[in-house]
Design a protein around this ligand. Sequence first.
Ligand code: 3PG
Length: 307
Amino acid sequence: MKVLVATGKPFSKEAVAGIKSIVEGSNNEFILLESYKENSELLEAVKDVEAIIIRSDKITAEVVEAAKNLKIVVRAGAGYDNVDLEACTAKGIVVMNTPGQNSNAVAELVIALMIFINRGQFTPKAGKEVSGKKLGIQAFGNVGRIVGRYAKGLGMEVYAFDPFITDKSVFTNEGVTEVSSLEELYSTCDVISLHIPATPKTINSINYDLLSRMPKGATLINTARKEVINEAELVKLMAEREDFKYIADIAPNNAEELTEKFGNRFFATPKKMGAQTAEANLNAGIAAATQIINFFTKGDRKFQVNK
Ligand code: 3PG
């Protein structure tokens, strides 16, 4: 089998070496396409491979069409909104992610961003402490739970909302307070951290109505996807509320406008870096390679997302 690693944003050298060793160790061919700039390079590289490992790289219907031998795509990471699931399913291609493997890296960044924006982006101006404040976690999955633990260590009160979790012990075991609606989460919490995927239901869902419920001195942290924010309504709210801060690991489309209008109440990392640690690269990369080998040798579909 030919296994392609196609990463516009490359893995660390150690992660690449680890993936290569797993792929070649099971007598498969390893192919690497790193830091590519044009989609045409991806289209060429996928031509005769059976498996692909990606990060935020886009697996479109066109890519699927070009990849005549493709059997499996593994998104080394959590969110798979970059993969055309319908196109893959139509061709019988299995799509997987590697849940949890990069979560700690993202959670650590959430804490860093929260402190950075509350300390005036590290300028000498008097900032705000997070201890004693209320943190609301929207979607209590792998990343959200770790964020909750770290926030409690900082002396924050932690609240969470996740309608997909029916087992209430998840919240009690983590020592966080579950709220029963999004509106309640936003009305209660000084800081909100988003951990929702980008789906037709969540896109544009973080809007004026929700954000305007947050108490004075509010901070919104987005390490999820830029698409979930209603950007025009965010601008409206930030124009009305001089106390409101927004920090993101995915630059919004209107980043320039936000910087111009709101100065140090807004910051976005220059390139999405939540999962960009040596540890996360290695964990997610190795998991992806192992899942591919297990799929081919044992038919293991444990992490399939297009069932
Ligand atoms: C994820 O969904 O796993 C994160 O957003 C990380 O994405 P990346 O691998 O493109 O950095």
